[in-house]
Ligand binder design. Structure first.
Ligand SMILES: *[C@@H]1O[C@H](CO)[C@@H](O)[C@H](O)[C@H]1NC(C)=O
Ligand SMILES: *[C@@H]1O[C@H](CO)[C@@H](O)[C@H](O)[C@H]1NC(C)=O
Ligand SMILES: *[C@@H]1O[C@H](CO)[C@@H](O)[C@H](O)[C@H]1NC(C)=O
Length: 313
């Protein structure tokens, strides 16, 4: 049988001495804790000015959700897009927060359930909507309609802008940010005006290659009967119609000629032209060669550092 000894007075004294020593050491090591407490007290008094809590991460100019509508089986394209966008985030000091997300409808195949799950575990950048995969039967509506419940809520974490992009377009994020910084944060409909020859953003709609709306319009689309009743049709055209019928999108901006279709091999219509230095985005990058040529023109690999491991590139 184990017997616990009663604490004699000497043990108690030692215990108190130990505690006192610990307290002294704590004050020596963390002297600022006392200041922190007085700061908190100051913060509560109404006359004080706010104390910035985290000076290391400055507040972004704005928050943009860049939703790339793609298909579950486009593994290789997602790999490339993750590369080009994560490199941009690393190479440039982006002043805005840009969250790139891949958007598709419910998975339908056994291999997808495992392979897409792996991607989600590694990258957490996939949004699976409750819809069946389709081009023109409401996928874009399902995208917008899902966003307020996924990302809504108040202030701090809400997006300012939401983009819908194809998976064959490359955005230069610094240029996009520079351009969006000049835009109103409300009632904004921003993109490449259709038809190709038009420069009038109020006439028709923005090409589905990649367009941006402000968050208030996302909330409106998600709740409007006008949108809910008219989900079928070419998605970019329908978005234009919803906004037109709803009297929305008072602020419109046409990104021509900084957005354009890839010239294959020369400009084939009024939507395409030669590469240009002021490029915000190049579209119709349908294969790796087109990606390579566009990225090369835009000097994306200029940052490649010399290394013993690179024999020839
Ligand atoms: C997904 O959509 C189907 C068909 O519209 C509906 O029956 C189901 O309840 C939805 N599931 C969720 C989780 O919302
Ligand atoms: C949407 O459809 C419903 C059912 O058909 C109809 O009652 C309603 O008036 C329509 N709303 C609009 C704005 O067209
Ligand atoms: C790419 O780099 C070259 C050489 O430095 C420069 O002349 C050109 O303007 C750059 N192109 C772009 C799109 O920045």
């Amino acid at each position: 049988m184990v017997r616990f000894p009663k604490s004699p007075p000497a043990t108690l004294t030692l215990l108190f001495l130990g505690l006192a020593l610990f307290a002294i050491l704590y004050l020596v090591i963390y002297p600022n804790d006392l200041q922190l407490q007085s700061l908190i007290a100051v913060c509560h008094s109404p006359s004080s000015s706010p104390v910035p809590l985290d000076p290391i991460t400055p507040k972004p100019d704005f928050r943009l959700l860049l939703g790339i509508l793609t298909l579950p089986d486009h593994y290789e394209r997602r790999h490339l897009l993750r590369l080009v966008y994560s490199l941009q985030q690393r190479q440039h000091d982006l002043t805005a927060q840009v969250d790139v997300r891949f958007v598709f409808c419910r998975l339908t195949k056994e291999d997808q359930r495992v392979l897409v799950a792996l991607e989600i575990m590694r990258y957490a950048d996939i949004i699976i909507l409750n819809c069946t995969e389709n081009m023109n039967q409401g996928k874009t509506y399902a995208y917008y309609a899902s966003l307020p419940s996924l990302f809504g809520g108040d202030g701090e974490t809400r997006y300012d802008f939401v983009a819908k992009a194809d998976d064959d377009i490359y955005f230069r994020l610094p240029k996009l940010i520079e351009s969006l910084n000049k835009m109103p944060r409300e009632d904004l409909y921003y993109g490449f005006v259709i038809p190709c020859t038009s420069m009038d953003p109020f006439r028709d709609y923005m090409s589905g290659m990649g367009y941006v709306v402000s968050w208030d319009l996302v909330e409106w689309i998600a709740t409007s009967e006008i949108a809910r009743n008219n989900t079928e049709g070419p998605e970019d055209m329908m978005t234009g119609k919803w906004l037109h019928w709803g009297g929305k999108g008072k602020n419109r901006y046409n990104t021509k000629y900084a957005m354009y279709d890839y010239p294959i091999p020369v400009p084939i219509d009024e939507c395409s032209h030669d590469f240009a230095p002021e490029t915000i985005a190049v579209h119709r990058l349908k294969d790796n060669m087109k990606w390579a040529r566009a990225l090369q023109y835009l000097n994306v690999t200029d940052g490649l550092k010399p290394s013993k491991l690179i024999y020839h590139i």
